[in-house]
Design a protein around this ligand. Sequence first.
Ligand SMILES: [Zn+2]
Ligand SMILES: [Zn+2]
Length: 765
Amino acid sequence: MLPSIRRRIFVRGIVQGVGFRPYVYTLAVSSRVAGFVRNEPGGVRIEVEGRKEDVERFTARLPAELPPLAALDGMEVSEVEPCGDHAFTIVASAPAADRTTAIPADTAVCEACRREMNDPADRRHRYPFINCTDCGPRFTLILDLPYDRPATTMRDFPLCPACAAEYADPTTRRFHAEPIACPVCGPRLAFHPSGDPAATVFKEDALAAARQALAAGRVVAVKGVGGFHLACDALDPEAVALLRRRKGRGDKPFAVMMRDLETVRAYARLSQEEERLLTGRERPIVLLRHREGAGEQLAAAVAPGQASIGVLLPYAPLHDLLLGETPLVMTSGNRSDEPIARENGEALERLSGLADAFLLHDRGIHAVCDDSVARVALGRELPLRRSRGWAPYPVPLPFETPPLLAVGGEIKAVFAAATGTQAFLSQHIGDLGNLETLTAFERAVEHLLRLLRIEPLAVACDLHPDYQSARWARAWAKERGLPVVAVQHHHAHIAAVLAENGAAGTGPVLGVAFDGTGYGTDGTIWGGEILLVEEGSFQRIGRLTAVPLPGGDAGVRRPARMALAHLRAAGLPWDTDLPPVAATREADLRVLAIQLEKGIAAPLTTSCGRLFDAVAALIGLRPEVTYEGQAAMELEALAEETSEEPYRFDLREETELVLDPAPVFRSLVADLRAGVRKGRMAARFHDGLAAVVVEACQRLSAAHGSRTVALSGGVFQNVRFLTVLVEGLTAAGFEVLTHRRVPPNDGGLALGQVAVARWPGREGW
Ligand SMILES: [Zn+2]
Ligand SMILES: [Zn+2]
C-alpha cells in the first residue's frame, strides 16, 4: 500500500449556507480521500488524507468546481501528519466566538427547483416554497449563526420523513439545505379577503383566488421573501391609478414583474448586459428603455414621464405560480415613507386601506429586505439600491479597519458594519423620516451586529446636525461610551467610490460629488462639489455657483422656484413668457423676489440636482414634482443622444474654482424663444455640464497634480450625463473611477463613512 499524505485546508469567503460542506463531501468521496469538513469562525476547515495524487486532485478541484452560490476569498493549504482516517465526514459546527463569515443572501429559485415545481410527478409539484442548497431564502430567515435550521424561521416546521431523508443524503441537492420544505411539512399559502377572515382559503384555492382578484383589477398584498408587495394588473390603468392613489405615491414609478424574458422583450429593449442582470440570481429590478407601442402604454401608467421602466423577473417560486401572461405591478408593501411590512398581523393592519385582499403564508420573515434596483451604465451594472440578493454580502476594503458602525445618510438609509478588510452593507431601510422607519433601522443594526459578532469601537455618521441617523448614532454611541466620527456628506460619497475601486490611500484624487443636498462644512447646502480627497481628509477646490434655495428643503418640490432663483442669479428678468414665471402666481413672485434679495428662508446651495431641476422647469417640463429627482430624471429621459453644441458655463477662480451656469441660462432663454426642441436643449445642457467638469478637472489637476477623477453622488444615476462625462475625462487622459458595487446615491454613503472614519488619526478617535 502506498503511503498516505494529509492536508489541512482553510477556506474563506461565501462558504456557509451555500451547500459548501455537501459539495466538499461529494468531492472528497469521488476523489477517494478521507478526512472531514467543518464550519468554523471565519470560514470552513477541511482535512483530507489519502494517496498523494488523490489529495492533489482534490485540492485542485476544490476551488475550480464550486457550487453556484459559493465564492472563495482565500484558501490556505498546509501539509500535516496523516492520522489514518478511512472515511470522510461532515463534523458539527465549532462554537463560534468571532464570526465574520459572510451571511448568505437570498437567491432566486434555481432552474432545477423550477423544473421540479412544474413536474406533475414530483412531490413538490406546484409547491410555492420549493428550494434547495442552490437557491431560496437565506438572510431574511436567519435568526442567528451558525446557519442551521433551528436558527432560522423554518424551525417551526419539523421535517417530514421524505424531507429528512433528502436533508441527510449527500447525493441530493437538498443535503443540509436548511430551509427545505414540502407540501406535507412546510409552509402553506392562504388567501384572505380584506375585512372577511372567515372567507380565508388555502393552498391552490388561495392561489386561484389571488389570480382572480388581480384579473378583476383588485390590489392584492402578496407576502414574498423579504416582505410584502402590493400587486395589481400592470395593464389595467384603473387598477394602477387606484394603487397609486392609495399609496400616496404621486408619479413615482412602479416596478413591474414579468413572467419571462420573452415577455420583457415585448415591452422593453434589452442589451446583453441587461439580460444578464435581469436573470442573475440576485434578480434586481432593472431599469430598461421601453419599446415603442406596448412598452409606451405600459410606461405611461407605471412610470409617467420616464424613458425607462423598472422590470423584474419572478424570484420566489410563488411568483412563478402567480404570474400569468399579464405583467403585474409589484411595489413594496408600505405607505410612502413607511417601512415595508414584515409579519402577517402587521400587514393586515397597516395595509388594510391599501389592499383589497392578502395572499399570505406562514414562513416567517426575520429580516425585512426590499427589492434591489440596478441599471446598466458604461456596459456594466450600476446599483441604484443594493438590497435583496446582495445584502448583507461584504464589500472588500483595500485597507484594514477596526470594528466600526457607519450609519449612512437620511434618505435611502443603508448602514455598514465593518471589521478587518470587510464592510458588511445592510439592506435598504428607506427614508428615516418617521419613527417606524427609525425603529426598523435600529432593529436591523442590532440584528446584523449580533449575527456578525461585531462590537464597534466607533460610530460614523453624517455631519448634518438634523439627520435622524446622526442623532441616533450620537445617542447610541453615548450609551456605550464610543466616539462618534462625523463625516462630511460629499467626502463620504467620494471615499465610497474610492473604497469600492480599491483606490483608497493611493494619493490625492479629484472627487466630483454631484447630488441633491448635503450639509457642508460652512453650514450651507452643498451638492455640486469638486473635492481634493486624500486618505481621511479633503479640501473643497471647486463648486457650482451658490444660489438661494427658496423655501429650503420645501423648495425641492418646486423646481419652478429653483429656475427663478437661477434666472435671478444670472441677471435675467422674470419675463412672463418663461414657463416657470408663467407657472407662478404674481403674488408669489413678489414674495419670492424679496426672499431671494434678502436671503430670507432661502439658504445658499451649490446643489447640482437642483440645477437639473431648474433647467427642467425653465424649458417647461414641470413646475412642481411629487418626488425628489423627478424633474432631473425627466430631463435625462428627454435629452437627445448628441447635441454637438454644448452650452457654455463660465469658469472663474474664487476661493474655489467656480462653475457658473449663468451663460447656460441665457442660452436656454434664447433657445426657448427660438422654439428649439426641448430634447435638444436637454442634450445641450447635459453635454455642457460634462464639458465644464472636464475643463475644471484639467485646471485643478494642473494645480494639484492628480490624474485620477472619482465620480459619486445621486446625479450619477443619470446615465446620459455619466457616459458623456466619463468619455470626456478619459479623452483628456484621466483615470476615471465610478460605482459598480454600491449606489452613487446616499445608499452608498455608509461605505464612504467607514473609509473616512477608520483613520485613527481623526478627531474623536
Ligand atoms: Zn433550487
Ligand atoms: Zn417535507
